[in-house]
Write a protein that binds this ligand. Structure first.
Ligand code: GLA
Length: 435
């Protein structure tokens, strides 16, 4: 741990830990002390809190996140040879990966993100070496997008160290794919807000057609991020539960399109049927659970289009949730429009109600809340929040409360009382920046 950072129990990727953000000077000194030379470039990639639009991005439906002041800093310099070495003040282990053929070190839980980033840079800088240092104050494994901040930061810092020019759009595109190499079939929300966020505003992101617009955070609205006490690692059971729902959404799309006689384009996303005809009614008639094999039977569809995941295999016979997943996603997309309108109108109680509805839907239909998250949200609402909901993929991790500034202290206290903390205020902050 570098000078100036708070001493905490040994951090582990997948465990929530907090360290205070070090200055650029501290990063340069830590880098030089370890490698004997200064970094060529350092980037800060923020974490994110999604305000609303949860589990909509991989269906190409809109999201409304903010970047936060906590994040991950990556410093890099080029090195002789074709090895990329990394060490971190936050995460255990010091991976050294071959640039030409990076394979993650199973003993180091954050190395898949590094390997994914290297793979996505391989066409631009084949067989180049580098030294990396990773620092930050973003809790890992909690749903504040530490993995995407790491991946975006590594791609930006390595590209700069190797003198490779990447547009912000290219960084987003490569970071999305890099993260899928790590096994989660995620959408593009995290990487996009991490790169494009602006302080003081949420970012409304549309994926089809692609678009972004700033939605100012109105006066009188403040945010708290609070840990539920349950880890939500992007590996293991949470990853499998996430990927099952991605497949469930595709199965729902295929069945709904079949019912209304719509020709699907690929990739299959609920966006293609959202708002079409009576799909919002038909969704209630979908089966509760279905396997891809059962779904493909009777619909003229290649099963691989349903189960195609960027990495890993998917069990075609596995029954995945269909009806409730689709219902959540379609209704959540409508809530994003309504929440944006409420922010524009400064109607904060309406905005809060939408957050609560989103949480109810994530709990009841999508099935990614936990009792600890439910208790945490209830406590924060009772303490004066306009609304509260789980944020990020769920299955544990963090919740968000939207509250008047005068209630922030009480909301934080209630959150810590309910779940043990950490809980802290977050502000809509700027995106990726070079230090
Ligand atoms: C994770 C993924 C995102 C998004 C959220 C849920 O954070 O990385 O792409 O799907 O879950 O909204």
């Amino acid at each position: 741990m570098i000078a100036g950072a708070a001493r905490l129990p040994t951090p582990r990727w997948g465990t929530v830990t907090l360290v205070s953000a070090p200055s650029l000077d501290a990063i340069v000194s830590a880098f030089a002390a370890h490698y004997g030379e200064p970094p060529a470039a350092a980037f800060h990639a923020p974490g994110r809190v999604n305000l609303i639009g949860e589990h909509t991005d991989y269906s190409n439906l809109p999201v409304l996140p903010i970047a936060i002041e906590r994040g991950i800093t990556v410093a890099a310099c080029p090195a002789e040879g074709a090895l990329v070495e990394a060490f971190s003040s936050n995460f255990e282990g010091a991976p050294a990966l071959a640039c030409a053929n990076p394979s993650a070190d199973a003993a180091i839980p954050w190395s898949p993100y590094l390997a994914g980033a290297l793979r996505e840079l391989a066409d631009l800088a084949p067989s180049r070496g580098a030294k990396l240092f990773i620092d930050g104050d973003l809790p890992a494994g909690g749903g504040l997008s530490s993995s995407s901040a790491l991946t975006v930061g590594v791609i930006a810092a390595l590209a700069a160290a190797w003198d490779v020019r990447l547009t912000p759009e290219e960084i987003v595109r490569r970071a999305v794919i890099a993260e899928r190499h790590a096994g989660v079939e995620s959408g593009g929300m995290d990487q996009e807000v991490i790169v494009f966020a602006t302080a003081g505003a949420a970012l409304r992101i549309d994926f089809d057609p692609a678009g972004r617009r700033l939605v100012l955070v109105p006066p009188g609205l403040a945010f708290v991020a609070a840990y539920s006490g349950d880890d939500a690692p992007k590996a293991g059971s949470a990853r499998d539960a996430y990927n099952e729902r991605v497949v469930g959404a595709r199965i729902a799309t295929a069945m709904l399109a079949d019912e209304v006689g719509l020709e699907l384009e690929h990739p299959i996303t609920l966006r293609q049927v959202a708002g079409v005809d009576v799909v919002d009614v038909l969704v209630d008639g979908l089966p509760e659970r279905l396997s891809a094999t059962e779904a493909a039977h009777g619909i003229d569809l290649d099963i691989e289009q349903l189960v195609r995941l960027t990495s890993g295999r998917f069990d075609h016979q596995l029954k995945v949730p269909v009806r409730r997943v689709a219902r959540h996603i379609l209704r959540e997309a409508e809530r994003v429009d309504q929440a944006e309108a409420a922010l524009l109108a400064g109607d904060l109680p309406a905005f809060g109600r939408l957050l609560n509805e989103s949480h109810d839907s994530l709990r009841g239909d999508f099935g990614c809340s936990t009792p600890a998250l439910d208790r945490l949200c209830a406590a924060m609402r009772k303490a004066g929040a306009f609304g509260a909901r789980l944020t990020g993929a769920g299955f544990g991790g963090y919740a968000l409360a939207a509250a008047p500034p005068s209630a922030i202290a009480a909301v934080i206290e209630a959150a810590i009382g309910a779940a043990g903390g950490p809980a802290f205020e977050v502000h809509a902050s700027g995106g990726l920046c070079r230090l």
